[in-house]
Design a protein around this ligand. Structure first.
Ligand SMILES: [Zn+2]
Length: 76
């Protein structure tokens, strides 16, 4: 099960109880101990990658617009 958090980032959630806390050493849920299936992990990684790419392109667009008002630029 994959959720998106408020910032749009994908979050992996337990198929059994829907919680989002996982023991990353063992790939299982902290709440109910359900194993994360390799399919879910693969799907989550893909979602993360897709999100990372769209975020990067968004940030590039934002940067060119915001560049003029950046405090860093004004100080130097
Ligand atoms: Zn669970």
């Amino acid at each position: 099960m994959i959720f998106s958090n408020p910032s749009g980032a994908p979050e992996l959630a337990c198929d059994e109880c829907g919680c989002r806390w996982f023991d990353r050493m063992h790939d299982c849920c902290y709440e109910c101990g359900a194993k994360v299936s390799p399919e879910s992990m693969a799907e989550f990684r893909k979602a993360l990658e897709t999100w990372g790419q769209s975020k990067a392109s968004l940030e590039n667009q934002g940067r060119s617009k915001a560049a003029a008002s950046e405090p860093d630029g004004a100080e130097r």
